[in-house]
Ligand binder design. Structure first.
Ligand SMILES: Nc1ncnc2c1ncn2[C@@H]1O[C@H](COP(=O)(O)OP(=O)(O)OP(=O)(O)O)[C@@H](O)[C@H]1O
Ligand SMILES: [Mg+2]
Length: 307
């Protein structure tokens, strides 16, 4: 009993010491983590996504702390499913998450390896396992992002996609804590895929849903993209942009590409502004940074997310 009390006191003393140390100057890793957090915060909308990322971060951080102090800790299994329509920020958030986990010391490197079916599945027997293992090897210490993961089950039981899934599952067992797998995809096919692969699903304790952006969020995303590129919009251009976003979404809500479509609009607008200024002998700085109403041209058909 006395021994236990001494032990507990010693642990508490160590805990206090630990907290003392943390009150000093932030370490470079902490500063980088803060910068990544700010980058995440700067993404428009995504309230629940940001909250879940914070949860993951807090969980991993505290479990590591507990284990360092020899307290019982949960295994840090962070394999996650990302569900969301095109252009909702899945890839962007995965890249940030991987870097954050590295800064926290949960992952060794923090890079992201993005793959899809064609990168994992080969045409001949035996090649798929090899190809998948190669991708996993590249992702060690970081995050393996499997985009449109359901495509792995496309051909059914006899397809080599199954070999890729089996190889992935085995690696997740063999290299626990050494890398994180994110399976990403659009909502409907992803849910169907997980229902038909319960063994795989059970290995992913976390799921993050990326909702479609509202028209206002899309407008803000466009604004931030223009600002990043050092362009400003006139009042008329802003009105035209808001109108274009609304029209495009209502014309084709299913294949509307969220922020990806917005990026296409921004890039097209920049080209249109360039064409307008092209013939001029002299162009002022003001003109170079200003986007006019006429630069925002609405041809919704050519802005879909699939090109
Ligand atoms: N919330 C946001 N704020 C600002 N920019 C964003 C936001 N979400 C996405 N973007 C930008 O939109 C583009 C598309 O995002 P991203 O590639 O992450 O989407 P995705 O969900 O992976 O799409 P897909 O399923 O088509 O691969 C990127 O240029 C990204 O920087
Ligand atoms: Mg993506």
């Amino acid at each position: 009993m006395v021994f236990l009390a001494v032990l507990t006191n010693r642990r508490l003393a160590r805990t206090e010491r630990h907290i003392e140390v943390e009150r000093g100057e932030p370490a470079p890793g902490e500063l980088r983590l803060k910068a990544l957090q700010q980058e995440l915060d700067r993404l428009i909308g995504l309230r629940t996504v940001k909250a879940t990322i914070r949860e993951i971060q807090a969980f991993a951080h505290i479990q590591r702390k507990r284990s360092a102090l020899q307290l019982a800790s949960q295994p840090i299994v962070l394999h996650t499913i990302f569900i969301g329509n095109p252009g909702t920020g899945k890839t962007t958030v995965a890249r940030l998450l991987s870097q954050m986990l590295a800064e926290m010391g949960v992952l060794e490197k923090g890079h992201t390896v993005e793959v899809e079916r064609a990168d994992l599945v080969a045409e001949y027997i035996g090649q798929t396992a090899h190809r998948t293992r190669e991708a996993i090897k590249k992702a060690m210490g970081g995050l393996l992002f499997v985009d449109e993961a359901y495509a792995l089950a496309r051909g059914g039981e006899r397809d080599f996609g199954k070999e890729a899934i089996d190889t992935l599952v085995k690696a997740m067992e063999d290299y626990r804590g050494k890398f994180v797998v994110v399976l990403a995809g659009y909502p409907e096919p992803m849910r169907a895929f997980l229902r038909t692969n319960p063994g795989l699903h059970s290995r992913f304790p976390l799921m993050i849903e990326f909702p479609d952006y509202s028209d206002i969020e899309l407008f803000k995303i466009a604004e931030s993209m223009f600002t990043q590129r050092q362009y400003t919009l006139t009042k008329g251009a802003r009105r035209q942009l808001a109108d274009l976003i609304r029209r495009m979404r209502s014309r084709d809500p299913i294949s509307f590409g969220n922020a990806r479509t917005i990026r296409n609009i921004v890039e097209k607008t920049i080209r249109m502004q360039a064409v307008r200024l092209m013939g001029r002998r002299e162009v002022s700085v003001e003109e170079l940074i200003t986007v006019l109403e006429e630069d925002i041209q609405g041809d919704p058909i050519s802005y879909t997310s699939y090109w």
